[in-house]
Design a protein around this ligand. Sequence first.
Ligand code: ATP
Ligand code: MG
Length: 550
Amino acid sequence: MTENNKPTNFIRQIIEDDLASGKHSSIHTRFPPEPNGYLHIGHATSIVLNFGIAEDYDGQCNLRFDDTNPHKEDEEYVEAIKHDVRWLGYEWAGLYFASDYFEQLYNFAVELIEQGKAYVCDLNAEEVREYRGTLTEPGRESPWRERSVEENLDLFKRMRAGEFEDGSRTLRAKIDMASPNMNLRDPALYRIRRGAVHHQTGDEWCIYPMYDFTHPISDALEGITHSLCTLEFEDHRPLYDWVLDNISIGCHPRQIEFARRTLEYTVTSKRKLIQLVEEGHVSGWDDPRMPTLAGLRRRGYTPASIRDFCGRIGITKSEAAAEMGVLEAAIREDLDHSAPRRMAVLDPLRVVITNYPEHEEETLVGPNHPKDESMGTRELKFSRELWIERADFREEANKKYKRLVTGGEVRLRNAYTIICQKVIKDVSGEIKELHCTYDPNTLGKNPEGRKVRGVIHWVSALAAVPGEVRLYDRLFTVPAPDADKDKPFQEFLNPDSLRVVQAMLEPSLEQARPGERFQFEREGYFCRDTGSKELVFNRVVTLRDSWGGG
Ligand code: ATP
Ligand code: MG
């Protein structure tokens, strides 16, 4: 971060230099998703980069759907992507579809043909591959390379008219079959896809432009100044520039590449995420274990925490998977400030306060936030029977155990201190309930002459509301599930990534709005599920980083 709190990276440096030198007086970026799946955390870094730059340099950022592949794309994805970008806190200057440019793209292709810089090739896919050569061997020129301009124009028109079968012909750029850069060996510009129904253009077209032809022209038509993309396009940059240098278009954006951002213990590829959904390993694109923005949102992540995460991992030229701990630290920091405190007992053990009158109930008050009085207070009910966490009691323990033991004294958060007098077990020896006594003089003050071991949370058995709590763990058991050459990534799915418990919740949680977030004291941050009518809470994150030891 710089002093004015803007992130710095090599791309922002280039932009500042271009503004300083007068090369550009205003900046225009774009985020160009292919609508073939939901956006994931990797896309978030690209969104934050492109929209963040527009925001910080008084520029503009477009949302452009890169929809040149009619087979895998869908309207559902278009709407989901728009929703996710807005949720992250951004608004586009213009909303475009590459398919809006199909007619213009066609005309630019004709222009290339007229200049003798593109030709219709009759080689099939396999032959094209054969002719292309290898990294160490130059390719061979297609026998169709020297067709006349007239013949090429005629064939290209007839390709558009639907006269030829899929795969029988392509339009190719005439560049250099001996180029050391394979992308310049007469790359395809158009292919035939008859019968495909496109979600924007229907059956209007039966030829579709390739990405490498579409992208530079779409950028130029929108007046993009800096076209930011991931590293795999570095070798395509000469083609990006070739296209713009050889057509009559008055704008030449600069393509700049940066390294993909990935996250440990998950996969960030739409293709693999689709598999998780379709094979039923998760409940959907918005399963709270998914690294999609829809999944993170349902899990309880805030837009601010995701933007913060993107800032923390930054933009570089070298690939590295971010640790899950970095993402979790970002949401913890956000929720520590903003989430009201509540008490919930996830694994309830009954406590009977033997010196508290039966059928009586009193109202206590708990602060919503220990460090922020402006967040107010809420009422708590105290009664003779309570629930505490099973893990907060041991029959015997040494001094280091700061919870309840037989004969020991602890404070109940926001309430009194109690001493455990007796342990009641069932026939199998399992602890059924604890008989305790409370000290009525300890509300808001320490007992005289005695030291309590610690503070534990509780809820009144009379007032508590039952609710389902979903405890999530990492979705995969290894940091890089898709790195194994021999095993499919699904084999590394964590069978314990979801644990469901029936919890006892303090009554105010019944009014929680779907999507509302809380800290359950001593347990973690939780968010009321948006996908259930019942009272269900998703654990966003534990209170402390538990990746090391459990
Ligand atoms: P996927 O493999 O998940 O399908 P993609 O690159 O094919 O990824 P696009 O929809 O084409 O997905 O991506 C839209 C934009 O987001 C592109 O500019 C792309 O470079 C960028 N992007 C995609 N994945 C990442 C990532 N992991 N980190 C950073 N940027 C990404
Ligand atoms: Mg893609």
